[in-house]
Design a protein around this ligand. Sequence first.
Ligand code: GTP
Ligand code: MG
Length: 134
Amino acid sequence: SERTLVLVKPDGVRRGVVGEVISRIERKGLTLVALELRTLTRETAEAHYAEHSSKPFFGELVEFITGGPLVAMVVEGPRAIEAFRALAGATDPVAATPGTIRGDLALEIGENIVHGSDAPDSAEREIKLFFPEV
Ligand code: GTP
Ligand code: MG
């Protein structure tokens, strides 16, 4: 079994789709092992998205992710990282397949509702950053 960090980003909280995202995770058969509503500090946001620090959209990304409360969770299950990325759909919501979270609920790449860790090393790093106690 594997763990992944999932975020319902501030756009998802604002849009009122937290329940919808959690419901899809649960219906898939994945398990919630930690969950918290919180507003990120700039420091945490920059650490979380460090791999994107040289990208032109980094400033916008940090502003967006710190701009309101988000829901952070640790999700567990067999191949949880890949399983959640499949539920989430492609980064660009217009390209994301209908039936996925982004394909069904979003339109803009900068406001794509959810985050999911993309590999075992990033999952471990992100879970430590958000939930050092888990
Ligand atoms: P995350 O799960 O959020 O990490 O998304 P991802 O792994 O599908 O995409 P990636 O890690 O490549 O990019 C991180 C986030 O940066 C994306 O989810 C987008 O919200 C944002 N992003 C990526 N490309 C762009 C862009 O061209 N413009 C803007 N504004 N945001 C972008
Ligand atoms: Mg990513």
